[in-house]
Design a protein around this ligand. Sequence first.
Ligand SMILES: *Cc1c(COP(=O)(O)O)cnc(C)c1O
Length: 366
Amino acid sequence: MTLENMTKPNLLLTPGPTQVPPEILRVMAEPIFHHRTPQYRALFKSISEDFKAVFRTDERVYVFTGSGTLAMEAAVANFCSAGDQVLVLEAGKFGERWHAIAESYGLNVISLKAGYGEVVTPPEVDDALKKHPTVSVVYATLCETSTGALFDIEAIGRVVLKMGAILVVDAISGLAADRLEMDAWGVDVVVSGSQKGLMLPPGLSFLAVSEKARTLNRKAKCPRFYLDLANYERALRNWDAPFTPAISLMCGLREVLNRILETGIEGVWDQAARLAEKTRTEVRKLGLDLFARRPSNAVTAVKVPQGLDGGRLVSVIRDEKGVTLAGGQGEMKGKIFRIAHFGAITARDIDRAISVLAETIRELKP
Ligand SMILES: *Cc1c(COP(=O)(O)O)cnc(C)c1O
């Protein structure tokens, strides 16, 4: 394969990375400038201010250079000390990732599990917290991207608030797709990344942090350096970054925020809701079954029809029809495929995906 072949543009409908609109790509191709300048500070200040409308918070949003998992790790290293008891809600690969990160920092993990395609319910969280009242942090996921299931973060927020722990939510795929009201729902920390609903290339991750979580941060003793919020906090006072930021991606982010604020975050959520509903309807019309019982508006997971090889289905659609869908991850490999509908994805894109899907299923049916 030539490099040109390898990077031939496909219609990208995976739940990250997602399509980057051409006007945003253009902004990121501009000449680089230095970050210890009034120019960068003005950029960062305006991004920080406008992020509040996207995260629905008056709190601070810290920016890291690294993929979403880096910010997940920051949400462990900055709020915990070895031996702390934490509660992890797991119903798929990304809930499992919280567990793995927490274990690697020597935390005492209590895990509350639901099957793939299901969610952990608010009453289950309530019971677990009553049984383990010393839990200091609850780690949850808004959209469990591996299954397309949406957790009821609003109700979980009410339960956690009562018990005094902080609630950390992985909204890497859910932000700017599924409704999330950080302040109103009592969410203390929201984690996100650039390559999903924010329609940028991979490389930035974000952490919105409440006052309560910042207080906990000052007592937390897990080792950290690049991820230490204290560094970011100090820099933020001058709209500065502690280390060289990904300047081009930040320029792209400025453009993305312009685009989102033009529609309004409510409008962005509505758009994702409409596309998700359309996707679910069209998929059902093909006689296929949806996987998640409480589906997210970020991504739809669909069961691979009986007798068909799920891996083959996705690769034929990608390599022969020019549309990249996502297969299943972990234990769902070969059993489901996933179609994203956030960011710059349009109704026409979904129509194209549905038509190649129908065609390919016909071709591959034994
Ligand atoms: C994509 C995703 C991640 C991982 O993000 P990376 O950018 O690959 O590190 C974590 N959690 C959720 C819910 C995701 O969708």
